[in-house]
Design a protein around this ligand. Structure first.
Ligand code: SF4
Length: 106
């Protein structure tokens, strides 16, 4: 089992919550965007890494956990993230109708 944190730079809004929850692996740049340690998440930090990914208000932070299945595990993680984004949109979260999203023109 390996686990790595990844951030979707399009979805991230630089809230900084992730860096507050997991300063061991995430720091912020001058604009507040996360700089993520791309090493494997150590087992003792997995619980906090899951918490940080779950707390991201825009679902930009992904904890990619896989059982060394190569590309298949990554595809499954991306499908899970897509399902989370769709569920969030239906629930009125980021990216739902009425809220301007990235790339919207006003
Ligand atoms: S909590 Fe999410 S939106 Fe906020 S800085 Fe971290 S990745 Fe970006």
């Amino acid at each position: 089992m390996t686990a790595r944190l990844r951030v979707n730079p399009i979805m991230c809004e630089a809230h900084g919550l992730c860096a507050e929850l997991l300063p061991e692996l995430i720091r912020r740049d001058d604009w507040g965007y996360p700089i993520i340690d791309e090493q494997e998440v150590p087992p003792e930090l997995l619980r906090l890494a899951r918490k940080a990914a779950g707390a991201c208000p825009t679902l930009a932070l992904l904890l990619d956990e896989r059982r060394d299945q190569g590309r298949r595990g990554m595809v499954q993680a991306l499908v899970r993230q897509g399902a989370q984004v769709a569920a969030s949109s239906r629930a009125g979260g980021p990216g739902s109708a009425g809220a301007p999203g990235p790339g919207s023109i006003s």
